[in-house]
Design a protein around this ligand. Structure first.
Ligand SMILES: Nc1ncnc2c1ncn2[C@@H]1O[C@H](COP(=O)(O)OP(=O)(O)OP(=O)(O)O)[C@@H](O)[C@H]1O
Ligand SMILES: [Mg+2]
Length: 326
């Protein structure tokens, strides 16, 4: 039996559909991300799962029991779910240890057991030494770890995270992605993770739901979304790509799937000019215009593969790398 089942969930405000016809089944222990641009309905979906908001259509089931429908919802406090909000906050007047232990206290767990579980989870998030500090004495990443520890320590059936890394700088955000996945591998809590950052979703998730304007565009494992995007929207949102029109159909062609050389290749060669380029350290990002075409293609190459602006080059395109999109 699936752990969490969303059946044709919808949320409308008057004539506006914030979420429409959204269906998803999570297996126990699965980590699924909701990924999409601002305003596409991610937080709305998460709040419906948490029970803060009834859906205007559809049902949500946990372990086979209906917990949400337009007729009513099981309130958040009776759901055995933990949620970290988009603008997460840890209580400033409590120490790290008190913040993490609070949920257990509320659940009437004994003092000794609370102490044991708080120490264990602080060990896991590498915050044991900072147990008596106050939030104002912590860095952003450390506060984030406290928020995660507080959500996990109560051993929820479902963990709901709404852009939990959005307050952190780029380096810390990257580090915390791996941290979140490590915590997941350790505790195996069924998790729904909301983000608008594709790399974050790819690092953390078993499957990603790509959302656009309240609707689900595609649900797949990260490598499938990248390799076999079904729509233009998904192809453009997951990684960089070129759209190529041929015989009335549109194809997605990744910049690194195009070969670039100074000499004519044996097969499928297309002559082109280098019209722009940028060096990104890890790769070159070239814009090349096939002769007679108006639209340049993006091509990435190894950092050691250098072509000058205006240089005549040959493109090598493997037809198998062209993925047809809607
Ligand atoms: N109370 C409301 N009344 C009308 N529209 C609303 C209301 N609350 C949210 N919306 C709209 O619903 C849509 C989805 O909002 P939601 O907060 O779910 O987006 P999101 O995907 O989480 O975006 P972000 O990445 O910016 O957090 C938005 O267009 C928003 O303006
Ligand atoms: Mg949001």
């Amino acid at each position: 039996m699936s752990k969490l089942v969303l059946k044709n969930i919808g949320k409308s405000y008057g004539a506006f559909d914030a979420v429409k016809d959204f269906s998803l089944e999570l297996q126990k222990g699965e980590f699924v991300s909701l990924l999409g641009p601002s305003g596409c309905g991610k937080t709305t979906t998460l709040r419906m799962i948490a029970g803060f908001m009834p859906p205007t259509a559809g049902t949500i089931e946990l372990d086979g029991q209906v917990i949400s429908s337009p007729a009513g919802v099981v309130p958040p406090e009776n759901r055995r779910m933990s949620m970290i909000f988009q603008s997460y906050a840890i209580w400033p007047n409590m120490t790290v240890g008190q913040n993490v232990g609070f949920g257990l206290e509320v659940r009437k767990v004994s003092r000794a057991e609370t102490e044991r579980r708080v120490d264990k989870i602080l060990e896991v998030v590498q915050m044991r030494g900072l147990k008596d500090r106050y939030p104002s004495e912590l860095s952003g990443g450390q506060q984030q770890r406290v928020a995660l520890a507080r959500a996990i320590v109560v051993e929820p059936e479902i963990l709901l995270l709404d852009e939990p890394l959005s307050n952190l700088d780029a380096n810390l955000r990257e580090e915390m992605r791996f941290e979140i996945r490590r915590l997941h591998d350790e505790f195996k809590i069924t998790t729904v993770y909301v983000t608008h950052d594709q790399s974050e979703a790819m690092v953390t998730s078993d499957r990603i739901v790509v959302m656009n304007k309240g609707r689900m565009e595609q649900v797949d494992a990260p490598h499938v979304l990248y390799g076999k995007p079904r729509s233009r929207f998904v192809a453009g949102f997951i990684g960089r790509t070129n759209f190529v029109e041929s015989d009335g159909a549109t194809y997605s062609l990744r910049p690194q799937a195009i070969g670039l050389s100074a000499a004519k290749p044996a097969m499928h060669g297309v002559e082109a000019d280098v019209v722009d380029r940028a060096y990104l350290g890890e790769y070159w990002d070239y814009q090349v215009k096939p002769l007679g075409e108006t639209k340049p293609l993006r091509v990435s190459t190894a950092p050691t593969t250098i072509f000058e602006l205006g240089q005549r080059v040959w493109l090598e395109i493997d037809p198998a790398a062209m993925v047809r999109v809607e």
